[in-house]
Design a protein around this ligand. Structure first.
Ligand code: GLN
Length: 189
């Protein structure tokens, strides 16, 4: 059973992709929802808001514990920021799940370039580049020795990485046309 954290952000689009793949998924809004799922997608949105809602809905610690016990988790954009151990470019302390040994630099592309589409190739996952969207996206820096870089922009900045069963992507594959490949990859973890 796949769960998609559904407190804020673009969770609906993840459900659409999962549906296309014929996978049953449920929205996770409460601790009892979390108990039913074997893997979790944390969508994009606003990471400070999602973090605060995780505390309000008493999900922060249960999610962290479940990931520590081996539950596969995929954070896209804001979800990736929440999973990173270190956050840069944040005005003040924000709630974190904080398990991936990497730094997420928020809003790394500045205001003038809030959103763009790019083609990315994920190392050892796909052969052909796939179109994905960056929306006020982070980049990742200083990966620890267990964090494997999966994709970089042409200027070498890191945009996807994996540590065990924790997958993070700075971009949104679920908002771009014609790709379920990364969802398939996540389901294989
Ligand atoms: N800029 C947002 C943040 O810092 C992330 C944007 C997104 O998820 N598309 O939380």
């Amino acid at each position: 059973m796949v769960g998609v954290l559904a407190l804020q952000g673009d969770f609906r689009e993840h459900f659409d992709v999962l549906k296309k793949l014929g996978v049953t998924a449920i929205p996770v809004r409460l601790p009892e929802d979390l108990e039913r799922v074997d893997r979790l997608i944390i969508p994009g949105g606003e990471s400070t808001t999602i973090g605060k809602l995780l505390i309000t809905y008493k999900l922060l610690t249960p999610i962290r514990n479940k990931i520590k016990k081996g539950m596969p988790v995929w954070g896209t954009c804001a979800g990736a920021i929440l999973l990173a151990k270190h956050i840069a470019g944040s005005a003040k302390d924000q709630p974190q799940i904080g398990l991936m040994d990497i730094t997420a630099r928020r809003n790394a592309f500045g205001r003038q370039l809030d959103s763009f589409e790019a083609r990315v190739t994920m190392k050892n996952i796909q052969r052909k580049p796939i179109p994905v969207l960056f929306i006020r996206a982070p980049v990742f820096e200083k990966p620890g020795k267990n964090a494997h870089v999966l994709a970089r922009l042409s200027d070498k900045r890191i945009i996807a990485a994996r540590q065990g069963k924790i997958l993070i992507t700075a971009f949104h594959p679920e908002l771009a046309d014609a790709t379920e490949e990364l969802h398939r990859y996540f389901l294989s973890l």
